[in-house]
Every structure is written in C-alpha cells, then in structure tokens.
Ligand binder design. Structure first.
Ligand code: UDP
Length: 483
C-alpha cells in the first residue's frame, strides 16, 4: 500500500451561507475532525467574518490540527442584509460568483496544496446542484447534506407530480384545499402547507426551476445526509429513500454533536458550542434563572425572517395580553422597512419591564434547554423546530418562508407538539393560542412534547441510537470511498 493511501480522508464541507446550514455543517465537520478526518470548511467571506469574530469558535476549532476554514466571496456588498426578501440575492450570488470560484478551486487542486493531502470527499449543501457533476468530472465522491426539513424536501421531490396534477401553482382560493400529490400526507397537507415557493404562479421562475434541477441532481450523489432520525420522520424517510437509497439520518444533529462530544469529553459546561453569527446575549440566562419553571414564552423568528412593524405590534400585544413572562430574541434587522423605527405603547413597555426580557440574539439551544421555558413562539425553521423538539418545548408556529409552512403543519398534525398559526398573526389569536398551550391543554402538550423529546433523545444515544449508528456508518463509508 502506498504512503498516501494510509492518510486520513480530506473532506471538503460546503454549506449554504446562512446561519442554520452553517451551524449544522460546522457541527458535522467537528464530529468528522474529532474522528481524525481532515476537514476544509468552505465559507463565504461574510459568514467567515461573522463566525470568527467570536473567539470561542476559532479556539474550539484550533483543537483540531487537521481542520481549516477557507473563504470565498459571495458577490454581495458587505452591508447587504442577506435576509428577508433580499435572501434570494444570496442564491444569485451562488450561481454567478461562488460557483465559478468553487469549480476553479476544486479543479485546480488549490485547496489541496494548502493541506497535507488532496480533497478526497465532498459534502455539499443540497442547494448546490451543480456540485455533483463537478465531483464526478474530477473523480471525487460527493454526498449532499440537506439541512432543510425532510418533510419539505419530500414536497420538493413531489413538485413535478404536483404540477402534473395541477395542484401547483395554486391560487389563494386553493389555500385550504387538501393536496393529493404528496404521498404519505394526503389527509392533512393543504395548499397553504406547501413550501412558500409553491405559491409563485410563474413556473418558469428561477427558484421553481432551481428546485426542479435540485431534485434531479440529489439522487445522483453517493449519499444523502438528513438532519432527522427514523423515529421523528420514519414515514417521510421511507418516501425519500424510494428515490435516494443511500440516506444517512444523523439528526437531531445538534443533539448528536453534544452527545458525541460529551462522551469524548470535549464538551463542558464552560465551553460554548455556539456557532452564532451574532453575539450571544448572556444576560438573558441570568434573567431566566430567576423565572419559575415552564413559565416563560421564548420568541424568535430565526436568522432570515423579517416582520413588519404591524406584525411586531400584533405579536407583542398578543404575548403581553396573555399575561405570561417572555424572552424575545429580536434580531437586528428583523423589522422590515428602511426606517424601521416604531413607538412603543406604554402598555407594552410597562409589561416588558415587569415580566419580559428583550435581547438581540441568544444561544438558542441553551435557552430552550432552560427549565424556565414553557413555550416557543417560532417561525418554524427546521433547526429551531428540532432544538425545541429535543427539549420537549411545545411550539406556536408562525412560518415565514421555504420549508417552514410544511414544518409548522407537521408540528401540529404529525408530531402534535404545537399549534400552527400559519398565515395569521393577530393579537387575539396569539393570546388565545398561548393560553391554549400553557393553560387549557397544558397536560396534553406537555405529554406529547415529552414523548417526542424522548424519541429524539433515543436517536442520539451512544448505545443503540439510530443516528449514532448512522454517523458511524457515514464515517466508515467516507473512509472507504476516499481510498
Ligand atoms: N438561533 C440562535 N439564536 C437566536 C435565534 C436563532 O442561536 O437568537 C439559531 C437557532 O438555534 C437555529 C438557527 O439560529 O439553530 C436558525 O435556524 P432555523 O433553521 O431555525 O431558521 P432560519 O434562521 O434558517 O430561518
């Protein structure tokens, strides 16, 4: 056997440049590095700057001598918001700027020359549909990591059928009509529960064309990584595996990451495993410590969603009128409009002083794990949903874009761990829904949330957990394919 053959595989990880996918991919990268694989983590300059200005991230990865960050431009100005409806500019930047640089990087071997061995394996976000042909061309195995929810991914796979059946595109009057083109969900999925992009009436729209391309390319890769487990998403995984036979369900990944790091004694209560792009506010943890058990509503709309001042006011009034305590992570830039200044009515500021805490950004995993949290008012991002599910925190769902419409429906109808407000955001509904979950149906939601938390916990257990087993299988397969 030649000398090179005994070198560990060199994996290139290429996430979508957004908080959720970067967080997931970085957790996966850390687990690979912990197991002795060389890893190059390919970021955009923007994400890299946000991430590495937090010294704890850099110092955590300094522990792995074979781990390297690498960054390329995304083609957008530094002060571009990269959120809300401007989020699609990121997709354009990928095609026009990042794709050619990535192609050049891989084909020229530039990445390899900086490392002790050539890139021998690629794990790319499912969004990079161009990567599979490139990898084939240069003879490197590639797997896709779909960091969106499997339930929404399945609706993506069903898009050609939905179009054929005339169920997509759909008009507003069809929002409440059940769709028949998504096998396994016939009795509960309505038009309004399909991904937000399916509301676009023009089938030639770049994003629709993009999805149609993505679902053709994913099955051509060597494998598909999903952030879920069999006991969370069994029926959906069975559907997806009819098209992609080699699936690795390694979720909930943040929980698997924690479990593996703890057994390797690489994590402690003093080391933050946060991969936040914004600064985590720590003061809210002290505030939470002073609140009674399960008394606090945690509110966040994630890293991309934005709301209007009207919606902000409806949410705020609804929460305050419920009389509950609340912790709100109100991200800078999450209020739409150039001049998003607003006057705060006295009843809101008084109630907030009395029983609320508003900060910019938190380490959400830690917040959701705090015993004072009793409810999560969320935009139903997949990572947020999994983080809530793992901690047994019931949810009020107010979905914004992409897969969130599907997830919120699954939260209510499949996992039964919350209530889906879908397209409605008014103070009366919010107050009523809070009371429903925290008072009227409290026992029911506590029970169903703890059942799901238990199932999620079983998936990542190091003895017999299916995601743990799948991660080991992934390691073995990367090593075998990289030779
Ligand atoms: N998050 C966080 N602090 C916050 C808000 C969000 O750490 O104040 C994290 C959250 O834990 C999750 C990610 O940001 O891991 C958001 O991803 P998700 O898929 O839920 O939604 P997206 O931001 O992609 O819409």
């Amino acid at each position: 056997m030649g000398k090179d053959k005994v070198k560990s595989p060199h994996v290139l990880l290429f996430p979508l440049p957004l908080q959720g996918p970067v967080n997931c991919m970085l957790k996966l990268a850390e687990l690979l590095a912990l197991n002795g694989l060389q890893c190059t983590f390919l970021n955009t300059d923007y994400i890299q700057n946000c991430l590495l200005k937090h010294t704890h991230v850099q110092s955590r990865f300094d522990n792995y001598p074979e781990f390297r960050f690498e960054a390329i431009p995304d083609g957008l100005p530094e002060d571009h918001p990269r959120t809300g409806d401007k989020f699609l500019d990121v997709a354009n930047g990928i095609q026009e700027v990042m794709k050619p640089i990535f192609v050049e990087m891989l084909t020229s071997g530039k990445l390899s020359s900086k490392s002790s061995s050539p890139v021998s394996f690629v794990i790319a976000d499912g969004f990079y549909s161009f990567a599979v042909d490139l990898a084939k061309e240069i003879g490197i195995p590639l797997m896709y990591f779909e960091t969106i929810s499997p339930c929404a991914l399945w609706t993506f796979f069903c898009l050609p059928r939905l179009i054929e059946l005339g169920e997509v595109p759909f008009k507003e009057e069809d929002y409440d009509r059940k769709v028949s083109g998504v096998p396994g969900t016939k009795n509960f999925l309505r038009g309004r529960d399909l991904p937000s992009f399916f509301r676009i009436s023009d089938l030639n729209h770049p994003i629709i064309q993009f999805i149609l391309k993505e679902i053709q390319e994913i099955p051509r890769s060597q494998g598909l990584l999903l952030n879920t487990s069999e006991n969370i998403d069994g029926p959906i995984i069975s559907q997806i595996s009819t098209l992609c036979p080699n699936i690795y369900n390694i979720g909930p990944l943040h929980s698997l990451h924690k479990s593996i790091l703890l057994s390797a004694q690489k994590a402690s209560s003093h080391t933050s495993s946060s991969n936040s792009l914004w600064e985590d506010d720590k003061s809210c943890m002290t505030w939470l410590d002073a609140q009674p058990q399960k008394s606090v509503i945690y509110v966040s709309i994630g890293s991309i969603a934005v709301m209007t001042v009207d919606q902000l006011m409806e949410l705020w009034h609804g929460i305050v009128n419920s009389g509950k305590r609340f912790l709100w992570a109100l991200r800078p830039g999450s209020i739409a409009g150039k001049d998003s200044k607003y006057a705060i009515p006295a009843e809101l500021s008084d109630a907030t002083k009395e029983r609320g805490c508003i900060v910019s950004w938190v380490f959400q995993e830690e917040v959701l794990a705090h015993p004072a949290i009793g409810l999560f008012l969320t935009h139903s991002g997949w990572n947020s949903t999994l983080e809530s599910l793992v901690e047994g925190v019931p949810m009020i769902c107010w979905p914004y874009i992409v897969d969130q419409q599907v997830i919120s429906r699954f939260v209510q109808e499949v996992w039964k761990v919350g209530i889906d407000m879908k397209d409605n955001c008014d103070r009366i509904l919010i107050e009523k829904t809070v009371r429903e979950i925290m008072e009227d149906r409290k026992d029911e939601f506590e029970k169903s949330s703890s059942v799901m938390a238990k199932l999620a916990g079983q998936s990542v257990a190091d003895q017999g957990g299916s995601s743990h087993h799948n991660f080991n299988r992934l390691l073995k397969d990367i090593r075998a394919m990289s030779v």
